[in-house]
Design a protein around this ligand. Sequence first.
Ligand code: SF4
Ligand code: SF4
Ligand code: SF4
Length: 378
Amino acid sequence: MIINDYSSWCINSVVVKVVAHCNLRCDYCYRNINSDEHRPNIMPLEMFEKIISDYIESTDNPQKPLVVVWHGGEPLIAGVDYFQNVLEMQRRLGKNRKFINVVQTNATLVNKVWAKFIKENNIVVGVSIDGPKKFNDIHRKNRVGNSTFEMSERGLENLKEAGNSFSVICVVSNENYDKAKLFLDFFASIGVLTVSFIPCFDYNLKHTLDNKKYEIFMKTAFDYWMSKYKGSIKIRFLEDIMRKIVCLAKNQKCYTGCELSDMCGRNIAVLDNGDIYACACLTPVKHMKLGNVKTLSLKEIPKTTSFKKMVEQYNDINKKCLTCDVKSICSTGCLNRRLSCYSSEKIDYFCEARRKIINHVKNSLPKYFPIKEPVNKV
Ligand code: SF4
Ligand code: SF4
Ligand code: SF4
């Protein structure tokens, strides 16, 4: 069965993995897979320029903003001057096109100069931090195995002092799964706008989160969020589930993060050496490489055999999904987590938890948001 034929594919964002290096050594990091510590690892500016120019050329709608994510490793290693050049080339090549620049950082290198630069240039900031010190430092250590919390905390203070707001990515692990309330209180107390709780998915499966623990974390987070923080801090995945339930009930088009979006591969990732992948999460899986920016223009991606193979894999789902009671919301989950290298059943590794989390949100919604549409029909 074809879930999506990709006839309406377009690029939502380009994730530029500017630097392959990172100053931290988080033990669950996918960067460690196939990493080569001896590579110089900073993308040449000429290559970044080619990406921007290809991205502009790939979009027909001049009104649509171009979203460029500065990613790594740790992108700030490239330095302020590097990104000054990136902004200048966007102005030069984009003419009147609007760019939204996002930086995903561990914040350890955010000093006052960086914080000011980020503010002055309206850069959207996402910070990776796993809650308070005691929990952050379980997996997020530096090269010699020491704490990184204070360094990230100082970076956050610099960001705030310069007037920046920020969102957070927090990894849910087997060691913190029962701390959902504590984490929400912590993130609310430091002024986080949106938190993305990501289930730990270690490519060697060593640190991968247990399904039951993921379920417990997210259900607790949802209930606590609704009772204490409704209308303030946002929890991305849970908010997306709610949005999708309401849109489906109203028969409206819905925009959510990729995991619930019915289509993988719109947030194109480019490595420091120019290799192109359909998503940053797929970059450690060498056979998912789509091409290289030196020889492949972004608008040509759908014509490549590698992309067609990815679409085949996307549509090759477990029959269980077809009859699943939450399929219209779950959308079969994340392609990366159902690749044959991790799952022999071609099903999202977190299927079991997703089903329960979605049903929990669905069943609890009428209590928090009484609406006329019968959500149980979704
Ligand atoms: S900060 Fe991010 S890129 Fe660096 S080691 Fe940790 S998870 Fe990997
Ligand atoms: S919850 Fe599981 S079975 Fe249902 S659609 Fe999602 S991945 Fe498929
Ligand atoms: S593979 Fe997973 S993370 Fe990547 S675009 Fe698809 S759903 Fe998103």
